[in-house]
Design a protein around this ligand. Structure first.
Ligand code: C5P
Length: 233
């Protein structure tokens, strides 16, 4: 049994789940800046596992090999003042931030993510991000699996067309080569895999507030999210 006291002693957690391109990353960073909280970019962990698999030539069918990578990879998140790249990511000491942002890295992540032993392999690492003064956790299963007791749960979504357009602009701004039809297909493939897998499928937690950002600007989404956070914390 969990007492009220033990709950209030834990630093607060705000989970932001949703599909690719829904704006979770931008909202997470703005919220973390406003509240001074830490960030868990859980998608980056799955992208890192995919990247580490490619670097070590581990097949995407080799489940024990991928699970070993998830348990043993050495990763570091280094905050930076660069608004374009507020978090630099190191894998085994090597800067990999840019390689992680490609569409290929997202696809690879969604191929390793359905494997239960891979998800279990990074469970402790993810929960270790929860330190004072609090955490904003961005992903697919933050509110449903990793932090089921989170203080605030938000599920951010938008239509696939709008998400593809946003992603296209983001990647172009970063000089990453993509086409809009290719990206649209890639987003639909990833939605399909993430929503229909057996382990930790993408869906809103029962106690999540759903925000559809299709017709909203980033500032409007941020205002809506802040209002939800104020009401709950
Ligand atoms: O959010 P991001 O696009 O970086 O996530 C990449 C992929 O990692 C997702 O498409 C999903 O398959 C996987 N993922 C996941 N659970 C999370 C975060 C990401 O399965 N909590």
């Amino acid at each position: 049994m969990r007492t009220q006291a033990s709950k209030t002693e834990k630093p607060p957690v705000i989970t932001i789940d949703g599909p690719s391109g829904s704006g979770k990353g931008a909202i997470t960073h703005k919220l973390a800046q406003k509240l001074g909280f830490h960030i868990l970019d859980s998608g980056a962990l799955y992208r890192l596992i995919g990247l580490a698999a490619r670097k070590s030539q581990t097949s995407f069918d080799d489940e024990p090999g991928l699970a070993r990578i998830s348990r043993e990879m050495v990763v570091k998140f280094v905050p930076s003042d660069d608004p374009e790249e507020p978090l630099h990511i190191l894998l085994e000491g090597e800067e990999v931030t840019k390689s992680l942002r490609t569409d290929q890295a997202g696809q690879d992540a969604s191929r390793v993510a359905p494997i239960a032993a891979v998800r279990a392999g990074i469970g402790e690492l993810q929960r270790g991000f929860l330190t004072a003064p609090g955490l904003i956790a961005d992903g697919r299963d933050m509110g449903t699996v990793v932090f089921p007791d989170a203080d605030v749960k938000i599920y951010l979504t938008a239509s696939a067309e709008i998400r593809a357009n946003r992603r296209y602009k983001q990647l172009k701004d970063k000089d990453i080569s993509v086409t809009l039809p290719g990206l649209f297909q890639s987003i639909k493939d990833r939605d399909e895999r993430d929503m229909n897998r057996e382990v930790a499928p993408l869906r809103p937690a029962i106690d999540a507030v759903v925000v559809d950002s299709s017709l909203m600007s980033l500032d409007e989404v941020f205002e809506a999210v802040i209002a939800i956070v104020r009401e709950k914390v």
